[in-house]
Ligand binder design. Sequence first.
Ligand code: 13P
Length: 239
Amino acid sequence: MRYLLGNWKMNMSLSQIDKFTNGIEQLKPNIFVGVAVPSIYYAYCYKLKQKMSVGLQNVSEYVSGAYTGEISAGMLEDVQADFCLVGHSERRQYFGETDARVNSKLKMLLSKNILPVLCVGETLEQYEANETRKVLNEQLTQGLAGITATDDFVIAYEPVWAIGTGKTATEAEIDSTCGYIKEIVKQILGKENIAVLYGGSVKSTNSAGIVNLPNVDGALVGGASQNADEFIKILNIFK
Ligand code: 13P
């Protein structure tokens, strides 16, 4: 399976969602297309859900109870969310999400059969210190603790320095790092050929060289997923 996922982050409004939804026409068969929406707009996206998958950007690590402001995996199941991001670098950076918490969230989603999209990636400092593989190894080893080869999930490799900056890793770097992630997942879980998406400043003008790389199974798109035409242009680049 190949994937084109959008992440609206803390953007969009009711009228922008209408415009986006109206702008989506024919999708491609055999490609999982979806957007991770702000949770308050999830129910409003019912029309969009008839055209593509709709998911969330975060989930609580707790089951239920006195956790003000949190949304549980059970609630995601209840509203039939199609997928959920977990461990996005912005959650790690601004909201103190550790690998252990990411691991708990991933397990919560799996327990409710919601497809988790586990986000990993190195910071600029780590990239410049040549620590990309070491960081990914740690994030995956801890993030996937207790997960089994039969669990269904997807990984998104998003170098933090490429997010919202207009910078992207080179095609060779993207392909070899996504290949490395597949190897590590195989080592940890014995799981063959996990789907690995690339994210970080992906847009229609640069996606041709990214989404069709041998080790890349799709893209997780931020800014460029807010506009239907641009999002569909990226989809049409998938071979
Ligand atoms: P941009 O595409 O805006 O760089 O964001 C990438 C991202 O963080 C998607 O989750």
